[in-house]
Structures are given as structure tokens and as C-alpha cells.
Write a protein that binds this ligand. Structure first.
Ligand code: GLC
Length: 660
């Protein structure tokens, strides 16, 4: 790893195992600085593949599009987008020359990967950055070196591998209890139940709805505990501006909120609670203060959270509204003239996540006052760091489930991420397959999409195809938006078939959790493109819809509606596993192309050549997961199981070789 420093970079703390800066320019491509803009250009070979950029749109191979690192509250993950919620500025060029680059700059970065000129990789940002350059044997080697540099990934508690049910729309205790009872009556495993913004009073962080939850929250949490369910409340970044609300009052008094240019007046944005303040997570005291607020929930025994709206999302701001008011007045004064219908709509829309607002507020950091847009991509990361650091005090020695919507590289040490507001679309099955290896490369191992799709109406078959991927992702959560079709497994006909899929997850947990620990321990990837391992295989290099999971499994999910199967490429001989109502069928297949049937109610995957995967008992809760009697998959003879106690911070890992 080599480091090159340009200008006066903000210290993002992304890299923890650092090196001294090299003199001169990065030894590849052409880098330049003009008018305080840094550019890097590299001419790609026709066969070069570009991997990385973490949570982004488009394919595993990122060539042929322009991506902007700018954490964005973007609920439309269409292929014409350039930014999603996270900023993961790490990529690897694999081909004639294989190398990695990490652009450690927390403001806006443009990656033009053959978009303007099909053979040119062009990177551009303000000229205050650290550029890390990696050379290595191959993609896996470079990715391992990078992961070593950025430090060990967050380790989720084992219960976080259970199935989680969520929906923005559960409001009352009864709504939540009904979910648990329905799962129990159908014998569908359930370990986590998510509480979206309605559990709060008026969407105020660290409050409980006064009528529904405040009076007897402890009893509610205990009831859940008796049913072996962990509640996972949401925490949003914005703090409601309301006199008398203690979080607002404390933050205002102690200058914990982001300020306008005068460094004195609090910036007023707006999110779910209406006008809101933005905690200054980049300020050490403010970060510590906000983190310790999680105690309002940990004191009841809550051990899991999700952090949201932390790009930060701004629906509008006080300044934007003032401006719009002026525009409306202009419009009304001219009402006899042509109606500027489109313009008006665009002006209202422009208030959302506006660049003017992001340039309006400042952070009081230990590196001085910094205008937000220069460090924008660190906001969600710093919010999650705030919680994670506080958990060391609030829940000493214990692991807490924590994942965030927005992130920057470095946040992988504090929590996981989910991939935000996807939709109940078939194309979003492809999207998650494309994202998983890249997200892992950025250090995030605890991750997953909203299963079933968050926005729009799902269908039974789409939910099942989503689950057939989610069975393998560390975070397995079914989540949906208010107003969409309800998508708990029991909302659909023949729910027993859906239940069977979820039960299979629990049989796989010993393996999945072991491979997860292994990836954390060894800085390796849980999900890999086929090309990462089968480097010389030209077909494997082009495959975008199959993934290796851990060292033993390959998945090839069906991502099209009404397709009963699909062509699958085996780069080596493998065992096909079909888990259906009738049990598990294993078939040895030769390397090459096969048409593989993939019935909707079954789980189909592959075990690699000479490998073995231990399946545990079918159980309904994480606590009951066990390998007392093992059903072996694949043609191998042993498996090295990584285990720990699943709950303590820094728990020692034991490795046991299980033999068939
Ligand atoms: C955001 C989140 C989503 C959540 C909603 C309401 O859209 O991404 O998961 O349900 O806000 O809190």
C-alpha cells in the first residue's frame, strides 16, 4: 500500500493501519491538480474489469457509467442514478495491470468509468485528499490488503443472523404482538422485530409514543423477550426543533447542533419530525452526547438499533421554505401569465437534499470549522460511530446490533449497513447480487437488502425469490413501506412454503455465522464474484448473476418473474443442492453450463468441489441453533467451523474441524 497526499485533507480516520506518504505522484495513470481540482486518468485495456464502489447502481463490473460518491437519500434505485446512501470510494482495476485505489476524500467524488471515453477511468474531486494505491497478486489479495488498512469489520451479535420482520406502519403494541403471534402459530422462525418511526412521540428521537409505549414499555420489551424476540428501534439523525423537548434543549444549550456560517446560529433543516436540528456528529462532545442518549432504550434491555436518515436526508430547510415563499409570491403576482407548471414543480422538488443547504451548515471539528459539503459523506458514519462508542459504556462487554443507512469506509468498524429503500421489483434482485461483493470489499460484512422490496407492492413469488437470496445474507430482514401491500410471510397463500424457506436459513446459520467470523478474522470477502477465484476462466470473469458465498457455496438466484429455472455456469464440478418439501437432494454436476430448475418453493444452491457444508437442526430461534446432528452437503469430508459465544465483545473464536 502506498499513500499520496494532496492539499490539506480532512482526517476521515478511514485508514487505521496507515503508512507514511510517498513523495510525487501515484505510479499509475496521470494525476493532476488544476484550480484546486484533483484528477486521475487511467487508460483501461479492453479486457479490464473495474470492481468496487460498494453500494452503488449497475453491475459487478462498474465499467460504462459515471458514479458520484455523495451520500443521498435516494429511494429510486434506478440505473440512471449516480449516488445512493453510502460513499465507498474503493475500486480495483483487474486486467492487464491489476491495482486498487482508495480515494479518501469525504466530499463529492466523481468516478467516470468509461462513461465519457469508453476506455478511460477518470476520478475527480477537490484537491484535498489522500489517495491510497494497492498492488497485489489479484483482486482478493488487494481487497485483503485494503481491509487490513481500514481495520477489522464490526461483528454483529449472533442473534442478528435470525430472521427479522419489519414494516413501516406497525403502530401499536397490538400490531407488534400480532406479528409475533402469527409467526408462532405458523411456526415461522422470528428473532428480530423492527420498530419504525411510529414508536416515537412525534418522531422525536429517544422518546416513546406517550399513549402506546411510554406507560409500560418495560412490560412490552419483557413480553417480547419471553417470546425470544429482540426489538430493533430506529433512530433518525435529525432532532425535532421543539421547545421543552430535552434532546433539543440540551443540544441547543451545549452547541451540539450544526451551525450556519456565523458559527453561532443553529442550522434548521426538516425531516420526518418537521423542522429539525442536525447533531454535529463530527464534534467529539456532540458525538459522545448523542451516543449516550441510546441509554433511553438500552435501559429497558434493548440490544439492537438501526440508524436512518443520516446522509443526512433533508426534506427541506427553513431557508429553502423562505426562498420558495418568495417564488410563490412571484408566481401568484403573475398568475395571468403562462402557468410555469413544470418550473414550479421543479422548484418545490429542488428543496429536497439541496446542495445550497449542504453548503449552508458547518461542523465544529477538532480539525477546525468545516463546511458540511466538504465532509458530507462522513455524516452517517459519524452518527453510527457515536452509537457504537457509547455502547461500550452502556452495554459493556456486550455486542449490540447496529446498522445504518448511510456510511463511509471506516464505519464498517462500528456497524453494518442495509441497502435502503429498494423496491418490490425483479430488477432489484439483480441489484443486490451486484452490490454484495462490492459492499464486502468496502469492509461491510453485516449487510442485506429489504427482502420483498421496500417501496411498491410485492408479490408472493417476488418475496420468495428475495428470500432465496436473503437466506444467505447476514442481515435477513423483510421490510416494507407504509401504504404498500403487506408482505409478512403469512399475508400470502400457502405461507407454509414461505415458512419452509425461512426455516432453512436456520439450518444454515452454523455455516453462515462461521463464514462471517472467518471473513471478519481474515479480512476476506463473504460474497465474491466468480471471477475473484476463477481468474483465468473467461466465462467466470463475465458472470454477473452468480456469487460465491464463503469458501464452500455458490448461489445462482432466479431474478426474473415466471422463470422456473435458469442457466448456471459451473467453473468447476459442484454438487447441486435442492432443498424441497421432500427433503434434500444432492447431485454431482460437471463443470460447464447447465440449465438448472429452480422451483419457487425450493432452495437451490451449489457446494464447491471437495467441500462440505454442515447443516444444523431445523429450529425456530437463534438460541436453539445447533450442530448436534449434522446433515452434510457436498462431496468434501470436513469443514472448519469458526464459533464464538455470539454475544460478548471481543469474544475469542474457536476453530473446530468437523469431520463427516
Ligand atoms: C426511510 C427508511 C425506511 C423507513 C422510513 C420510515 O425511508 O429508509 O427504511 O421505513 O424511512 O422511517
Amino acid at each position: 500500500m502506498e499513500k499520496y497526499v494532496y492539499g490539506h485533507p480532512f482526517d476521515t480516520q478511514a485508514v487505521v493501519n496507515d503508512v507514511d506518504a510517498m513523495p510525487g505522484q501515484v505510479p499509475i495513470g496521470v494525476s493532476a491538480i488544476n484550480d484546486h481540482v484533483f484528477t486521475f486518468d487511467y487508460v483501461m485495456d479492453a479486457e479490464d474489469i473495474v470492481y468496487g464502489l460498494g453500494e452503488q447502481v449497475r453491475g459487478i463490473n462498474k465499467r460504462g457509467w459515471e458514479y458520484i460518491s455523495w451520500a443521498t437519500d435516494e429511494p429510486h434505485h434506478h440505473e440512471d442514478k449516480r449516488s445512493l446512501y453510502s460513499a465507498h470510494n474503493f475500486l480495483i482495476v483487474s486486467g492487464k495491470k491489476t491495482f486498487g485505489l482508495f480515494v479518501d476524500y469525504p466530499g463529492r467524488v466523481r468516478f467516470d468509468i468509461g462513461y465519457t471515453h469508453s476506455d478511460v477511468l477518470h476520478i475527480e474531486c477537490e484537491a484535498d485528499l489522500k489517495l491510497y494505491y494497492f498492488e497485489g497478486e489479484d483482486v482478493l489479495d488487494i481487497s485483503r490488503q485494503f481491509r487490513h488498512a481500514i481495520g477489522k469489520s464490526y461483528v454483529a451479535p449472533k442473534f442478528a443472523f435470525g430472521y427479522g420482520q419489519s414494516r413501516w406502519g406497525y403502530k401499536t403494541q397490538q400490531d407488534f404482538k400480532k406479528v409475533v403471534e402469527s409467526f408462532e402459530s405458523l411456526r415461522i422462525p422470528l428473532d428480530l422485530l423492527y420498530m419504525d418511526i411510529d414508536y416515537m412521540q412525534d418522531y422525536k428521537d429517544f422518546t416513546l409514543n406517550e399513549k402506546e409505549f411510554e406507560p409500560d414499555f418495560q412490560e412490552f420489551v419483557d413480553w417480547m423477550k419471553e417470546h425470544k424476540v429482540h426489538l430493533v428501534p430506529i433512530i433518525d439523525a435529525g432532532v425535532k426543533m421543539q421547545d421543552g423537548y430535552c434532546v433539543y434543549e440540551e443540544g441547543k444549550k451545549n452547541n451540539y447542533f450544526c451551525k450556519l456560517e456565523d458559527h453561532t446560529t443553529d442550522f434548521i433543516g426538516a425531516v420526518w419530525p418537521g423542522y429539525s436540528m442536525m447533531p454535529d456528529f463530527l464534534n467529539d462532545q456532540a458525538r459522545n452526547w448523542f451516543g449516550m442518549k441510546y441509554e433511553t432504550l438500552t435501559k429497558y434491555g434493548i440490544d439492537a438499533f438501526w440508524n436512518d436518515m443520516n446522509e443526512p436526508a433533508l426534506f427541506y430547510s427553513r431557508y429553502g421554505i423562505d426562498w420558495l415563499n418568495g417564488k410563490l409570491k412571484e408566481f401568484l403576482a403573475n398568475e395571468k401569465n403562462e402557468v410555469p407548471y413544470f418550473k414550479l414543480g421543479m422548484e418545490v422538488e429542488s428543496l429536497k437534499n439541496s446542495m445550497d443547504d449542504y453548503r449552508r451548515f458547518y461542523h465544529n471539528t477538532n480539525q477546525g470549522w468545516v463546511r458540511h459539503d466538504k465532509v458530507h459523506n462522513l455524516y452517517g458514519c459519524s452518527m453510527t460511530r457515536s452509537a457504537s462508542e457509547a455502547f461500550e459504556t452502556l452495554r459493556p462487554g456486550k455486542r449490540t446490533l447496529m446498522f445504518s443507512r448511510s456510511s463511509y469506509i471506516g464505519m464498517h468498524r462500528y456497524g453494518g449497513i442495509w441497502t435502503g429503500d429498494n423496491k418490490s421489483w425483479w430488477s432489484h434482485l439483480d441489484l443486490i447480487v451486484h452490490q454484495l461483493p462490492a459492499i464486502n470489499m468496502a469492509g461491510f460484512l453485516y449487510t442485506g437488502p429489504d427482502l420483498g422490496g421496500f417501496g411498491e407492492d410485492t408479490t408472493r413469488d417476488l418475496l420468495m425469490r428475495f428470500l432465496q437470496i436473503g437466506i444467505f445474507t447476514p442481515l435477513m430482514r423483510n421490510h416494507s413501506a407504509i401504504g404498500t401491500r403487506e408482505q409478512e410471510p403469512y399475508q400470502f397463500e400457502r405461507s407454509e412454503e414461505i415458512a419452509r424457506l425461512i426455516r432453512l436459513r436456520y439450518r444454515l446459520i452454523p455455516y453462515l455465522y462461521s463464514e462471517y467470523l472467518k471473513a471478519v478474522e481474515n479480512d476476506t470477502l463473504l460474497f465474491k464474484a466468480l471471477a475473484f477465484e476463477f481468474k483465468e476462466d473467461v466465462i467466470a470473469r463475465s458472470i454477473e448473476d452468480q456469487l460465491l458465498l464463503g469458501d464452500q457455496i455458490m448461489i445462482a438466484p432466479v431474478t426474473r418473474q415466471n422463470e422456473p429455472g435458469r442457466p448456471v455456469y459451473l467453473p468447476e464440478p459442484m454438487t447441486r443442492i435442492v432443498c424441497s418439501e421432500d427433503g434434500i437432494e444432492q447431485t454431482a454436476l460437471n463443470a460447464g453450463w447447465h440449465y438448472i430448475s429452480y422451483p419457487l418453493d425450493s432452495l437451490v444452491f451449489f457446494v464447491r468441489c471437495s467441500q462440505a457444508v454442515p447443516l444444523g437442526a431445523a429450529v425456530l430461534h437463534i438460541d436453539d441453533v445447533n450442530l448436534e446432528t449434522i446433515e452434510w452437503l457436498g462431496d468434501g469430508t470436513e469443514y472448519e467451523l469458526y464459533e464464538d459465544d455470539g454475544i460478548s465483545a471481543n469474544a475469542p473464536i474457536t476453530r473446530t474441524v468437523l469431520t463427516r
